[in-house]
Design a binder for this molecule. Sequence first.
Ligand code: PRP
Ligand code: MN
Ligand code: MG
Length: 181
Amino acid sequence: MLINDIEKVLITREQIKTRCEELGKELKDKFEGKTPLVVGVLKGAVPFMADIIREMDSHVEIDFMDVSSYGNATVSSGEVKIVKDLDTNVAGRDMLIVEDIIDSGRTLAYLVDLFKYRKANSITIVTLLDKPEGRVVDIEADYVGFDVPNEFVVGYGLDYCERYRNLPYVGVLKPEIYESN
Ligand code: PRP
Ligand code: MN
Ligand code: MG
């Protein structure tokens, strides 16, 4: 069982559900009379995006983007490259970027610059988790589900070596999981 790999649960599935309902209502009001283009940042945003759009109860279009940082994972160069681009022309669109977590802020800063360059009408950011202590680039989300401490968290989209994304809660792994790698 996956729970056996977890040291502690930081955010329960009930807390996530309640917060998604709250954020969904706020976003529905925010985009009143508009049809936002909701962009999920692969892969981590998938569970949160699936839940949040079903709480919005208004017209949306969805699309996905996959980006990755150049270089190795531990020392990021800060440069970002497009792995999978949108299918949609964003010019004139009201966009909602959905993220699972903002850490350094590099991924989001890149996407915001890109969508501005492509002439989006407006750009709103919602993230399930915010890790303010990790920030390198000055960027904030408009809507944040929960703040998290500067620990490595997994679950509900967040991975360790591509695993644990399917946990229905957010938690911290037991140290021996890292040590066995
Ligand atoms: C993670 C996370 C965010 C980004 C946040 O994605 O899902 O997209 O990093 O970090 P940053 O604020 O320092 O840019 P990752 O690149 O690991 O890809 P994944 O979503 O496929 O796991
Ligand atoms: Mn991601
Ligand atoms: Mg990742």
